[in-house]
Design a protein around this ligand. Sequence first.
Ligand SMILES: [Zn+2]
Length: 79
Amino acid sequence: MTDDIDRAQAREEHDRDLALAALRERIDAALTPRDPSLDGLCIDCDEPIEPARIAALRGCVSRCIECATAAERRARGYA
Ligand SMILES: [Zn+2]
C-alpha cells in the first residue's frame, strides 16, 4: 500500500521534473535566438533593422519586420 503511494509520488515528481525541463527549454529558446544579429542588420536581407523593433525586443532580434514575418510564415508552413 505504502509502496503504491511511493511509486505514485515518484512518478509525479518525475513528471513534474520533465514538465519543468521542457518549460525551461522553451524559455531558454525564447530568450536566446539561435541566430542573433550582432550589427543590427537583418540576417536575411542585410537591411538595417528598425531601431524601434530592436528596442521592443531588447536587442534579441535578427531579422527586419518583413523577413521576420516571412520567416514566421515559412515556419508555419504557409510559404
Ligand atoms: Zn530583412
